[in-house]
Each structure stands twice: as C-alpha cells, then as structure tokens.
Design a protein around this ligand. Structure first.
Ligand SMILES: *Cc1c(COP(=O)(O)O)cnc(C)c1O
Length: 366
C-alpha cells in the first residue's frame, strides 16, 4: 500500500467546486492583493481566535518578522526560543539584527523547558518566542507569567497551532502577538504561501498593518521603512473556505492520533494521551529506537515518514557565528536523533493507519 505523508490533492477534490468558483471570481475581478477576500478572512480568523485584530501576510516567516519588528526588536537585543523548531523561528529574530538565544526543551512534550527558559534571560532579553510545536501547546500560561515578571514581550510562534485552544484560549492570544503560517502543508493551508498575525493591541495592529505594506499609513504616506508582506486575494478566499472545515479536520486528525497511540504505545514513545483532544497533530511524532532503519523500512513498504527536525537550529551552519556547539542542548539534540513523524491527514482511513501500525510492529519483532 502506498501512503503519502499528506494528501493535498484529496483535500482539494473535497472542495473543488467552491474553490474554483472563488478563484475565477478573483481572476475576473482584477483585484489580486489585499482586497475584500483578505479582509473577510482576517475578520473570520480574528473571530475564530477571539483576538481583536488579524492581518493576513504572505508567509509565517513574514508574520514572525512583522511581530518582532513592530515590537521594536533590534540589534543588541536577545530573543529566547527553542532549538528544535523550524529554522524560520530563529531566522525572524536574525532579520531584526537581534540574537536568537536558545533554551532546551522538556523531553516528553518537546516544548521549551520553563526553568531553562528562565535561566536564559539576561539584561539584553527583549522578547520570548516560544513555539507550539507539532500543534501541541507549549506551557504558555507559565511562560506568560515569566514574561510579565521580567517585563518582556511575548510573541507566540503558532505557525503549527491553527485551531488549537489551551485552557479555553486560542494559541497566539496569550502574548502581545500570535503568528501563523498557512503554508500548504499546515493544518490550515493556502493554495500557495500565506500567514497571519493576531493581536488585541490596537497600536501594534496599526503598526503591523503599515509595516506589511511598505510602512504606509495611507497611500503614498510612508511612516516607516516597511516590507512587502501583503496577502493575495486567492489565499484569502482559500482560507475562508477552509476555515469552515478546520474544526472537523482537527477532530479527524485527533481520531487518527488516538488509533496510532492505542496500537503503538507499547512499541515506541507516543504523544501524551493528555493532548489527544487538544493538539491539532500538525505532526504525529513518535520517538523510537533504530529511527533511521525504521524510516527506511516504512519507505520500502510505500509509507512516507519525515523528521521534524533532523538538525536543531543552534547546530545549523548559518548560526555558527553564535558560538553554540554540540552538547549545549542535550535534550533537543537527543530528540532530533529519535523522532519520526508518521503520515496523518484528515482523509486518512483506519485501514491505512493499521497498515502503518502493523509495519512498525513487524519491524520491532524482527
Ligand atoms: C511553517 C513554520 C514557520 C514558517 O512558516 P512559512 O509560512 O513557511 O514561512 C515558522 N515556524 C514554524 C514552527 C513553522 O512550522
């Protein structure tokens, strides 16, 4: 049986008519960027998250940069995040000329370790940038307390956290600004590149709105040197249509994760049962022995698995100037060698999941 990591073609087929009609409308309207479709989605997503404001942008990376720039993060500042994340989290810090400072993670849930985070704070620290990795909430209420106590900004990398609530609040609403990616492979994805920021602070909203469009506060009035981070109309329309499906998709993803957990628990380290009704399972990540051999074995039997992420950010060549070395964050480094993301998407059948489960059983009984 061939099982892809995700199946976006199937997702498209399930709403082909609706999407095609909207795309045609946009193409014939002649308005392609920041029009009524983007505005509509911004309103809908803000309401969904219970944030006051939302701005559509052209990627999750842009969202992160826009947030830090609006908060005035600059050269000489430090921003604390975790080493096991997608590279863009740290990249956005570097865009501002600031220094990414890392704190190690908790071994069981891969989110930033509160005690280590607190230890990483220095006089130069300006902002905390925790990541809701794999669509599972970081300990965001405790992180918020640390930010308050130390008078630091809090920005959430919720690029993998669409549709996820923690203690009744949507991810991205705990700090000053929440950042989202709608890269096609995310739980909520565009038909291309896209992202968003949410905030309930009007001043930050207005500043980010200007920075998104070359620093303009009105046409041809450039208050800041900004960026071109505008969202396209087609993406706004895609996202409005898909947002209606998000809740149902997450339910299906959680159901799949439950089946995996039930059958894999005794063979590998599975995600915690306590997050089965919380996480959106952007990635279903197990931790296992002989990871690379297992990955090959699955591949040989038609199943695509991936690693998120094989090299922690502090060991990437691009950040060698920061002076980090192997052994600095042992928990994140060890996890990077043992984690494996299994296929998971809403359209997946139980038969497919059990096929993968049985392959893993076979692999470990050899
Ligand atoms: C996807 C992702 C990003 C970047 O989003 P893009 O839309 O690809 O720019 C940033 N951080 C995390 C954790 C992500 O998963």
């Amino acid at each position: 049986m061939k099982i892809p990591f995700i199946d976006l073609k199937k997702q498209y087929q399930s709403m082909e008519k609706e999407l095609d009609i909207e795309i045609k409308k946009i193409l014939s309207s002649g308005r392609y960027i920041l029009g009524r479709n983007v505005e509509k989605f911004e309103k809908e997503f803000a309401r969904y998250c219970k944030a006051k404001y939302c701005l559509g942008v052209n990627s999750g990376t842009s969202a992160l940069h826009l947030a830090l720039a609006a908060l005035g993060v600059k050269e000489g500042d430090e921003v604390i995040t975790q080493p096991n994340t997608f590279f863009a989290t740290a990249e956005a810090i570097a865009y501002c000329g600031a220094k990414p400072v890392f704190a190690d993670i908790s071994p069981r849930d891969y989110s930033i370790d509160i005690k280590k985070l607190e230890k990483a704070i220095s006089e130069k620290t300006k902002c905390l940038l925790p990541v809701h990795l794999y669509g599972t909430p970081a300990k965001i209420d405790e992180i918020k307390k640390i930010a308050k106590r130390n008078n630091l900004f809090l920005v959430e990398d919720a690029c993998q956290g669409q549709g996820v609530f923690y203690k009744g609040k949507h991810l991205g609403t705990f700090g000053e600004i929440g950042c989202f990616s709608f890269y096609p492979g995310k739980v909520l994805g565009c038909g291309g590149e896209g992202g968003a920021v949410i905030t309930s602070n009007k001043r930050l909203y207005l500043k980010m709105r200007a920075l998104r469009d070359h620093g303009q506060t009105e046409k041809n009035k450039h208050k800041f040197v900004g960026y071109n981070y505008r969202m396209e109309e087609i993406q706004g329309a895609f996202l409005s249509i898909k947002l209606k499906k998000l809740k149902g998709w997450i339910k299906k993803r959680q159901q799949a994760a439950k089946v995996y957990n039930r059958f894999l628990k005794d063979l590998v380290v599975t995600p915690l049962d306590s997050v089965l009704d919380i996480s959106n399972f952007q990635y279903y990540v197990i931790r296992c022995k002989k990871r690379d051999q297992l990955k090959k074995y699955l591949q040989g039997n038609g199943v695509v698995s991936l690693i998120h992420y094989p090299t922690p950010v502090h060991l990437q060549k691009a950040f060698s100037r920061l002076g980090y070395k192997k052994g600095d964050f042992p928990i994140a480094e060890k996890a990077a060698k043992e984690i494996l993301s299994l296929p998971l998407y809403p359209e997946m059948t139980k038969k497919q999941i059990l096929y993968i489960v049985n392959l893993i059983k076979k692999f470990y009984s050899k």
